[in-house]
Design a protein around this ligand. Structure first.
Ligand code: NAP
Length: 249
């Protein structure tokens, strides 16, 4: 049987890279998407290949429609028809209050986190839905606990973009439930990755872990494990659902 093909957006670093590596180890052929950091993406591909798996790195900005269409076409040509999407690429910007936020910042955050996730979900449905001649599949959106907590004083815009992802997860899950596609989300809490540096506080997790019932930050691999379960046939009756990977927060 040919390997199942999985597209992971933002897979050069952090949660996406951990997800791509675990998926490779579980037998998926993995499309490792990135936007700028080619060396890191190629390292993830090498890691998967060294472990005996199959992968390809594809540069594409998920916030650009033409890039997303090309991403899915390239993945299908290189690896075969996709059966899964991990909608993981996401950004946040410098910590500030809402009364300091410029429109350009809001546009960047919503374009990458919301429009990007919608475009990737759209392409996944076009490739995987039985309505479009596909064989079905699964989408996992990477939301955030911020969608519930709102991230006051830090990035309410980012939190709101993740709340949009939660609503998309619920609506799209119902829209394609009879077309062989399950749509679920994980909501990570404070995870040790580079993303906190873009907020201006690289060591943020160590500051805020005091607010986590388990009193620690999470590792990308712990989020990847939940994502892989939602993608798998073990989750065959699970759609429109959320797994919080947040140490009880
Ligand atoms: P990260 O370490 O900053 O990595 C971000 C990844 O996304 C990189 O691979 C980056 O590619 C890629 N990317 C950024 N903008 C992109 C674009 N426009 N198109 C394609 N790829 C793009 O982030 P992370 O912490 O792993 O976060 C991954 C997801 O988890 C995000 O959606 C984030 O909101 C969510 N999340 C993270 C945490 C946390 O505490 N870390 C908590 C909750 C939710 P390059 O390497 O090429 O730049």
């Amino acid at each position: 049987m040919p390997p199942r093909v999985l597209i992971v957006t933002g897979a050069s670093r952090g949660i996406g890279a951990a997800t791509a590596r675990l998926a490779g180890a579980r037998g998926y052929a993995v499309c490792v998407n990135y936007v700028r950091n080619r060396d890191a993406a190629e390292q993830v591909v090498r890691d998967i290949e060294t472990a005996g798996g199959r992968a390809v790195a594809v540069a594409a900005d998920v916030s650009r429609e033409a890039d997303v269409v090309r991403l899915f076409q390239t993945a299908a040509e290189a690896l075969g028809p996709p059966c899964g999407l991990v909608n993981n690429a996401g950004i946040l910007e410098t910590q500030m209050r809402v009364d300091q936020m410029e429109a350009a910042r809001l546009e960047r955050v919503f374009q990458a986190n919301v429009v990007g996730a919608f475009l990737c979900a759209r392409e996944a449905v076009r490739h995987m839905s039985t309505k479009h001649g596909g064989a079905g599949g699964a989408i996992v959106n990477v939301s955030s606990v911020a969608a519930r907590t709102g991230s006051p004083g830090e990035y309410v815009d980012y939190a709101a973009s993740k709340a949009a992802i939660d609503a998309m997860t619920i609506g799209l899950a119902q829209e394609v439930a009879l077309e062989g596609i399950r749509v679920n989300a994980v909501r990570p809490g404070f995870i040790y990755t580079d993303i906190h540096a873009s907020g201006g506080e690289p060591n943020r997790v160590d500051r805020v872990k005091a607010f986590v019932p388990m009193r620690r930050g999470g590792m990308p691999a712990e989020v990847a494990a939940a994502i892989l379960w939602l993608l798998s046939d073990e989750a065959s009756f699970t759609t429109g659902a959320f797994i919080d990977v947040a140490g009880g927060r």
